[in-house]
Every structure is written in C-alpha cells, then in structure tokens.
Design a protein around this ligand. Structure first.
Ligand code: FES
Length: 395
C-alpha cells in the first residue's frame, strides 16, 4: 500500500523495488534508535510526521520483539533511544521497555503528548530509569491547542504533566511545532516555557512530511512571520542569558526558506535507525513512503539489516547521486539533502532535494513560498484513522 498526497507526487503507480541485498557500503554505527512503539494516538495533529496510510500498518511488535530490537541495537553501538509513536504511552509495556533500556545502558527519552501520563507513571518511569521526557504542545493558547489536537482536555493535561515532569526531577524538553496559526504568539509560547521551567525548548517550524505535507498550504508561515518569530526568539535568548536563566531556546527554521538543503539524518544509514510499530526498519522516520522495500526486524537481525539490506545501502555514500549533486562541492556536507523530500516533491528520491537552489525542481519550493504569502482558507486534514483510510490503496 502506498500513500498519495495532494501536494506532492502521486506514487500510487509505482511498485516497490524488491531487490537483492548489496555489498555493504561505508556505514557508521546506528547511534540513535527511534522506537516508534505504536501509531495509536489520542490526538489528531494535522502536522504529524506519521505516514498518511498508518492505519494499514501491520501488527505491532510484541514486547519480546521490542526487547530484541533494543538489545541488538545496543550491541551495535546505539546509545540514544527515543520512545515515540503515535503516543508511546498507549503501549501497556512501556515501563518494561524503559527498564530494559536502562539495563542495557541507553540514554532514553520519552517523546509524548502528555496525554495518558499521570503522577504514578512518572514516578514508575523514573524508578525504571527513564532519563528524559519531551512533552509536545500544539500552542500556548488553550483554544488553538485543543483545536489542533482535537481534544478539549489536551491543554490542561499538558500543563499539569509538564509541571509534574519537572517536579519529578527529569530534564524536560518542551516542543512546540510552529506554523502560521501559532507562530505569531511566539512570545507567549516562550513565556509559558519559562513559567513551566523547561530546560530546552524546541521551537520547530513545521517540516513538511506526512500529514504536514498534506496540510502544507494551511500550515506554512509567511517569510515575515518567520523572521519576526526568529527575531523575538533571539531577543528572549539575550534576556534569558542576562537573567542567568539556563533555559535553551532552539529555533528550527523550515528548510523551505533555505537555499541549500539540510544534511538529512546526517546521511542515509549513517547514525539513525527507526523501527516502526510493525517492525519495519528504516534509515529515517519518513522513508516508508519510498518505493523501496525495507526489511523487517521480525525476519532479520538488526546487524544484517543495517549493513547488508538493500534499503539501508540504497542512498549511502555518493554513488547514487545524479547531477547537480554528483559534481557539487557541498555534497559531503549536505548529502544532496533529504531523500524523502526529493521523492515527495519530484517523484525520484535520487534527485537533489528541491530545497537546493541548484535543483531543477527548486521552483516547487518557490511556489510553496508564494502560496504562504497568499494563504487560502481551506480546511485542514486531521491525522486520524478515518482520514488515514482514504490514503490506503491496494497495490
Ligand atoms: Fe527521510 Fe530526510 S526524512 S531522508
């Protein structure tokens, strides 16, 4: 099954490449393991990076299968572990997996909406060895937050849980995905983070993958909105420093406003390894949509997958590159950008990421910027089971 989207390339006519394994190309160690435990989520954010057709995903891995993944990745050198989803709190075995992660020596991070969290779980997770919690907010205003989350109770619960996370002594990251509906309140967002005592604040302007690409027209801020938000963030940084407040503000500019692409994932199959709820192993969280057959941890060891599978070797190194990347003197810095973005916007993952002004498809980015200057009032598609089924097509 393959997703389609209205803003990108219709991939439904393609079949996945069922290709044999290849000799290993130069690969680093999978230092960062993202365990997407489940696609279940009580919220319905219209910028979720989960695949559009997540409802067609296969059966979730069992606890034993996840334990095997954690062990094998650790043996290969993985040190950072993110428990993500969907909402990872939806998995009843989360505490067991946290305990296993601690025993194996991971630095573990729970990436959560805070929905389903309570004081008892926070204490339990701390006793089990969870190192770090990231709570995501949709906005600093209750109304906007709850509208985007699709829950009337979400904002109050998030506030309560952010306070409880700090009270339990965890380092806390607050994550705000910013877009045209909340970016003008950046000052209020930062004030809220100060009030909650965040250690790190990610002001991450929406990146257009998954549901966010589907809703790009309704989400992308104008250049003026973005510049204002960055200026205010810099002013707050200076104020925090002067006041001796150690809170760190991380402002992530959307690559749609750049002229050179990001070195996505630090290179394909170099340090990032994602395992999806049904056990598909991916070099990044978005790669599932590519017309490439990716291996499953139910069938093969992680070591075999990382070093020898077709999917993990497909875009390693530089040999796969076409022009203008092949002869570009920046190719070792940005690796041609993001394979998923190249695929979503051009239909060929081996093309240069169109964010790059050298790409012949850069006009797509310029067009998106122009649309952001003159937004239309069209409804967003929320990430939920019902909408997901629309994107499921039989092969
Ligand atoms: Fe997949 Fe960039 S998100 S390579």
């Amino acid at each position: 099954r393959w997703p389609v989207n209205r803003t990108g390339f219709d991939s439904s006519s393609l079949t996945p490449a069922c290709e044999p394994d290849v000799a290993p190309r130069s690969a680093g160690q999978p230092l960062w393991l993202l365990a997407e435990l489940t696609y279940k989520c009580p919220l319905q954010c219209p910028y979720c990076s989960n695949p559009l057709d997540f409802s067609a995903s296969g059966q979730e891995l069992s606890t034993e299968q996840w334990v095997k993944v954690l062990r094998e990745a650790r043996e290969m050198g993985a040190a950072q572990l993110g428990f993500s989803g969907g909402e990872p709190l939806s998995r009843p075995d989360l505490n067991e997996l946290i305990q296993e992660a601690r025993q194996l020596g991971y630095y573990s991070n729970l990436i959560t909406s805070g929905i389903g969290l309570n004081d008892q779980k926070l204490e339990q997770f701390r006793a089990s060895g969870l190192d770090h919690i990231q709570v995501s907010f949709q906005a600093s205003d209750e109304e906007v937050n709850n509208m985007l989350a699709g829950s009337a109770k979400a904002f109050k619960q998030k506030l309560k849980m952010a306070r409880a996370v700090k009270a339990n002594g965890y380092p806390m990251v607050l994550n705000f995905v910013t877009h045209r509906h909340n970016i003008d309140r950046i000052d209020r967002i930062i004030e809220l983070c100060i009030e909650l005592g965040a250690d790190y604040v990610e002001l991450a302007t929406c990146q257009y993958y998954g549901w966010a690409l589907e809703n790009r027209e309704q989400l992308m801020p104008s250049r003026a909105q973005l510049e204002r938000a960055e200026r205010i963030t810099n002013e707050y940084r200076a104020r925090l420093e002067a006041a001796g407040n150690p809170m760190k503000l991380i402002f992530v500019t959307p690559d749609y406003y750049e002229e050179r692409p990001k070195g996505c994932m630090n290179g394909w199959g170099q340090i990032f390894l994602t395992v999806t709820p049904d056990g598909t192993a991916l070099p990044c969280h978005s790669a599932r949509q590519l017309p490439v057959q990716f291996p499953n941890v139910k069938d093969r060891s992680l070591e075999d997958i990382w070093y020898r599978s077709f999917g993990f070797n497909k875009y390693r190194g530089n040999d796969w590159m076409k022009e203008p990347c092949r002869s570009c003197d920046e190719k070792d810095k940005d690796f041609g950008g993001c394979r998923c973005q190249a695929y979503m916007l051009t239909g060929d993952a081996a093309n240069a990421d169109p964010v790059c002004s050298k790409s012949q498809h850069h006009g797509k980015i310029l067009q998106a910027r122009a649309e952001a200057e003159a937004p239309r009032d069209t409804p967003m598609t929320f990430r939920n089971e019902r909408n997901s089924r629309v994107f499921c097509r039989s092969e």
